[in-house]
Design a protein around this ligand. Structure first.
Ligand SMILES: [Zn+2]
Length: 270
């Protein structure tokens, strides 16, 4: 029985690609979360220069795949959806689930909106052996209380977009269940009360200077077997550079020294 549990957990592969870009997959299904491999420089972001997706990276990591693919979006800031149009061009059958305003971006990038379902109305979905529940959560403020691009996208905007054109109104977290593995992705430092038990892996975004309430209300409360921190890396550095911590952002004690992507083991002893 123990062998059975371990082998079924290891059938799922979880990878982190920096910021809150992740993939969770088994042999039949691939879930891509917040596709963002392009990672433009801070200068490009501050000066709102046109952001051009890095198709080499997108093809390499999120290219065509024989498995069924779905894309989950936590919110529509550039560091979460910049590469969404190109991932969809590589995977035209993929379905997208995200905040209602995601549809504005799909229209802007001339993508068939039939592939999209808003999580603002429907909070649960099943795909392959996965069942996924979404929650409405709050986006955290950036360090020093700076609030980034909150609101509705301008109707006069044209592509390509600059970082500040990616407006966001709603944010979501995800509870992803697969046979014996239970994964909770809480991508924000703003806490949320979850009545979930037996979580194998809590993936948590450290997107604020102060993570005390996040620790108390999410990390301590959920008591996951394994906690993995995301979105505390310096995502202004390119994907191929060594991974570096975002200045000022906290860690949960350790910061990974490997290159992206990083495999997140579900077995706490590994
Ligand atoms: Zn954001």
């Amino acid at each position: 029985m123990i062998f059975h549990l371990i082998s079924s957990i290891q059938a799922i592969e979880v990878k982190w690609y920096g910021a809150s870009c992740l993939s969770i997959s088994d042999e039949n299904t691939r879930i891509i979360i917040d596709p963002f491999l392009t990672r433009p420089s801070l200068w490009k972001v501050l000066t709102n220069q046109a952001l051009i997706p890095d198709t080499r990276l997108i093809k390499k990591y999120f290219g065509k795949d024989s498995r069924e693919t779905i894309i989950l979006i936590t919110h529509t800031h550039y560091d979460h959806i910049l590469d969404l149009p190109e991932v969809l061009r590589a995977n035209p059958k993929a379905k997208v689930y995200g905040p209602a305003e995601t549809i504005d971006f799909l229209k802007l990038f001339k993508i068939d909106t039939n592939i999209f379902k808003s999580l603002s109305k429907n909070h649960s979905l099943n795909i392959g052996q996965f069942s996924i529940e979404s929650f409405d959560i709050k986006h955290s403020n950036l360090p020093f209380g700076f609030s980034f691009s909150r609101g509705k996208m301008s109707s006069t905007i044209t592509t390509p977009l600059g970082a500040q054109d990616y407006q966001s109104m709603n944010s979501h977290s995800f509870f992803i269940k697969h046979k014996d593995a239970r994964i909770l992705l809480h991508p924000s430092a703003e806490p949320q009360k979850y009545d979930l038990k037996d979580i194998d892996l809590l993936i948590v975004g450290l997107t604020s200077l102060n993570i005390n309430s996040l620790k108390k209300e999410v990390i301590d409360r959920v008591q996951a077997k394994r906690v993995f921190a995301i979105h505390h890396d310096n995502f202004f550095k390119s994907f191929d550079n060594p991974l570096a911590k975002m200045p000022f952002f906290p860690t949960l004690g350790v910061f990974p020294t490997k290159k992206l992507p990083i495999s997140i083991k579900l077995d706490a002893s590994l």
